[in-house]
Design a protein around this ligand. Structure first.
Ligand SMILES: [Zn+2]
Length: 92
């Protein structure tokens, strides 16, 4: 059975205050990192998508740990997406 997957939202991630991260196949690409034709470069450091690849993201950034920066980062991304992509359904 094929279910339509919602496209992950773009959001600020690479130090910009505008959306500069796009999820492609579960990993984040930097939208500012592309050639003159707009083709995105494959990232050197693969950052898992916090939405469709949440488990791996949590593992990489130690998000289960209340004292970790990762949890804060994750929560700020979620907050941003809720505000800016109200149609996107964030799965718990
Ligand atoms: Zn994703």
């Amino acid at each position: 059975m094929v279910t339509k997957k919602q496209q992950c939202p773009e959001f600020p991630c690479f130090g910009a205050n505008y959306p500069d991260a796009r999820c492609i196949d579960g990993y984040l690409y930097d939208l500012d990192d592309c050639d003159e034709n707009g083709n995105l470069y494959e990232p050197a450091d693969k950052i898992p998508c916090p939405f469709c690849n949440k488990e791996e993201f949590f593992e990489m950034f130690d998000c289960e740990n209340d004292d970790s920066m990762g949890k804060e980062v994750y929560e700020s991304i979620v907050e941003w997406v809720r505000k800016n992509h109200p149609d996107y359904i964030i799965e718990d």
